[in-house]
Design a protein around this ligand. Structure first.
Ligand code: ZN
Length: 56
């Protein structure tokens, strides 16, 4: 169930619940936790999403 939820777009850091900062350019959409727990890169044209998550 947790893994399923993680497959949905995140709008808040799963660790500290802070809203994610987003940065969008021509190639990708990047979202990151202001405290560095979580980072997500989405490459829309390629259909690829990469998630970097702080694992405890
Ligand atoms: Zn965080």
């Amino acid at each position: 169930m947790i893994r399923y939820l993680k497959s949905i777009f995140q709008h808040r850091c799963p660790t500290c619940k802070e809203p994610l900062l987003s940065h969008i350019d021509d190639l990708r959409c990047e979202k990151m936790c202001p405290n560095g727990h979580y980072r997500e890169e989405t490459y829309g044209q390629l259909g690829i999403r990469i998630i970097y998550e702080d694992v405890k």
